[in-house]
Design a binder for this molecule. Structure first.
Ligand code: ABU
Length: 511
């Protein structure tokens, strides 16, 4: 990135204030353009730097030190336009470049330029997605894209319903609410007293924590969200699910909801949907598939099966385009096979917003289907990106991510002295340990795993201080800390994977 002081407005424009430009001064179009063009220069420099492998991913400082580098205080009297430009440049100078080809840290990596362009337009349009009357084009786009996503889930889903939600956790909450509404339609008006018994829900012990949080938020209590044991690959064990259902039924409880995870956060495991769907059918339970992470693979003929086989049998599916598909944050969708549930479950018919006597078809006022009022426009960036890529482009994107992950697994296996692959991955999560020189001759054992686990935070700290690489680590219930590498950025090439492994060795061999 250029030095922040390089971004200079002219001597005439720099000292001006917010009320010297639009909308305060209608004659100030050219001054407003000067200000915005300088901002665009900063943004374009950031995009360039993000795509330059010679640039660092981050310039790390501890929070106390970072606070000293920044001027974040809110002033009594507003600052000049030049100061605002400086503030914007400084903000991006210290921001982690999550679109850098060597950023492998989160499920959402990459900077898709078309989606970003969409986000810029979205910000400029600055509308709310609750009614057709103020977002006509965006509401229609949402309808088209959501229908297309349901078609991809399964042909029997076309007449269902969907909505964009603020994140996968809230999407999972919508599934829970709809499931309860379907089983207890009077709950909305009569409340908890309408349920004569203890509701229980089930999810795997590898599932996202938001599923357990539904039990807390919705009054079941977390003890009534049963964590079904998973196998060594991290997949739910169906016989264990059935055992736990029968156990709770014997206690007089009401098992009503199963969450099947398609792409667990840490291991990237896929629960066996068909076997779980059989159990749900047998006991009359709602099947939700949390494919927030793995959903993108629905777009690949090569990788969809067997991972997501049976997804069309679910009642609801969470699928986050801001993960594997690379749409800009945030972009999360929830889909239902049955139409009408979202509306009947959540509709409040606020008469200042969702008037029933409007001039157009009020079914397009989708805001009444959700529990929030204001709704951010997350559709345009996804629609624009999908227009650019087509289904074919997204399929190629998925296949590329999977091929890069397969390449990484191969390179790890080529260097068994330096790396230990924990398991064959099902998707782009590659779980492994880095082995420093002193532990290379030690036979692999629980003792060595403990030692390797201690290396992870130290090596991660070195990566961040060097600014050259970011890979996440965590423990799980079977092992101490290990690295979880994610390839979800279109920017990643084989040479980036080679760099990643070589850089870990450069930074960590002496640990
Ligand atoms: N919703 C889970 C995201 C976590 C991660 O990026 O690692």
């Amino acid at each position: 990135m250029a030095n922040t002081s390089n971004y200079k407005l002219s001597a005439a424009v720099g000292p001006l204030k917010y009320n010297d430009i639009l909308p305060y001064k209608t004659q100030s179009v050219s001054t407003t353009n000067d200000f915005l063009q300088k901002l665009i220069e900063i943004l374009l420099d950031f995009v360039r730097a993000t795509n330059d492998r010679n640039e660092k991913i981050l310039d790390f400082h501890h929070p106390e030190e970072m606070q000293k580098l920044l001027d974040l205080k809110i002033p009594d009297k507003g600052v000049s336009l030049q100061q605002l430009i400086h503030d914007c440049a400084t903000t991006l100078k210290y921001q982690v470049k999550t679109g850098h080809a060597r950023f492998f840290n989160q499920l959402s990596c990459g900077l898709d330029i078309i989606s970003m362009a969409g986000e810029w337009l979205t910000a400029t349009a600055n509308t709310n997605m609750f009614t057709y009357e103020i977002a006509p084009v965006f509401i229609l786009m949402e309808n088209v894209v959501m229908t297309h996503m349901r078609e991809i889930i399964g042909p029997n889903w076309v007449n269902g319903d969907s909505i964009l939600a603020p994140g996968g956790s809230i999407s999972n909450l919508y599934a829970f609410l709809a499931a309860r509404h379907k089983m207890f339609p009077n709950y909305k008006e009569k409340g908890i007293a309408t349920i004569q018994g203890q509701l229980v829900m089930f999810t795997s012990d590898q599932s996202h924590y938001s599923v357990k949080s539904c039990a807390s938020i919705c009054g079941l209590g977390t003890d009534n969200c049963l964590m079904v044991p998973s196998d060594i690959h991290g997949r739910m064990i169906p016989s264990e699910l059935e055992r736990l259902i029968l156990d709770r039924k014997a206690k007089g409880h009401i098992p009503f909801f199963v969450c099947c995870t398609s792409g667990t956060t840490v291991l990237g495991a896929f629960d066996p949907i068909n076997e779980i769907a059989d159990i749900c059918e047998k006991y009359g339970m709602w099947l939700h598939v949390d494919a927030a992470w793995g959903g993108g693979l629905l777009l690949s003929k090569k990788y969809r099966h067997p991972r997501l086989s049976g997804v069309e049998r679910a009642d609801s599916v969470t699928w986050n385009p801001h993960k594997l598909m690379g749409a800009l944050l945030q972009c999360s969708t929830i889909h239902f096979k049955e139409d009408g549930l979202l509306m009947s479950c959540n509709q409040m018919s606020a008469d200042y917003l969702f008037m029933q006597d409007k001039l157009y078809d009020i079914r397009y006022d989708t805001g009444d289907k959700v529990i929030q009022c204001g709704r951010h426009n997350d559709i345009f960036k996804l629609w624009l990106q999908w227009r650019a890529k087509g289904d074919e482009g997204f399929e190629k994107h998925m296949d590329h991510l999977m091929e890069m992950s397969e390449y990484m697994v191969k390179r790890i296996k080529d260097q068994p002295d330096k790396f230990y692959l924990i398991m064959e991955p099902e998707m782009v999560n590659v779980s492994f340990w880095y082995i420093p020189t002193r532990l290379r001759k030690m036979p692999h054992s629980a003792t060595r795993e403990k030692e390797l686990g201690k290396m992870c935070p130290i090596l991660k700290a070195r990566m961040m201080q060097a600014g050259t690489l970011m890979v996440g680590y965590q423990p799980d219930d079977r092992r101490p800390n290990f690295f979880r590498n994610i390839i979800s950025s279109a920017a990643v090439t084989q040479s980036d994977v080679d760099f990643l492994l070589a850089e870990m060795d450069r930074l960590g061999h002496d640990l």
